[in-house]
Design a protein around this ligand. Structure first.
Ligand SMILES: [Zn+2]
Length: 173
């Protein structure tokens, strides 16, 4: 009987066993309604990050974050390595036509700049911001202009919990 208090098990299957209690920790999954630990029936969940984990009616859920959301890879480029399909530029997560400047590293700046030079792009989507600090040292920041994207929340945590509670009540009837 393990008490899970911390640890990062995001995007993988935690090794919960029957009789365990979860107090905290990260169990976030890439896609909404992902099933984890299908064969575990007897666990108590009091807290933790369960974003995109499908709550099972056999579990006793007293807390935790159960939001179900569609992640946008423009917001989370590192999730592509985890297996999330890269979004198109005009994906459903895009918030209109407005753009914003975000920081990038020098390597990405050079790469984009080279591609733009090759393509003879008229308006660059990257820039260098120079600032002079108190010691008269010039700092430079690399930025690119991108559309604004947001993850789509499919279900808020409270509604997921409510649905689960009603499922538990129905089952026990
Ligand atoms: Zn997207």
């Amino acid at each position: 009987m393990t008490i899970w208090k911390h640890g990062n098990y995001a995007f993988k299957e935690p090794s919960f066993q029957d009789g365990d209690t979860v107090e905290d920790g990260n169990y976030c999954q890439l896609q909404p309604n992902t099933e984890i630990c299908k064969n575990i029936k007897n666990i108590i969940i009091n807290g933790g990050n369960f974003v995109n984990v499908k709550p099972q009616s056999a579990w006793t859920i007293n807390g935790g974050n159960w939001v179900q959301k569609e992640f946008c890879t423009h917001q989370h480029p590192n999730f592509i390595n985890r297996g999330l399909t890269p979004c198109a530029e005009n994906c459903s997560h895009r918030q209109g036509e407005n753009k914003q400047w975000v920081d990038i590293d020098e390597k990405e700046y050079i790469q984009i700049k080279e591609e733009e030079l090759k393509a003879n792009t008229l308006v660059s989507s990257v820039k260098i911001e120079k600032t002079v600090d108190l010691n008269e040292i010039t700092q430079q920041k690399f930025q690119k202009e991108i559309y604004i994207y947001e993850d789509i929340v499919i279900k808020k945590g409270s509604s997921v919990k409510k649905a689960l509670l009603s499922a538990q009540i129905t089952e026990s009837n």
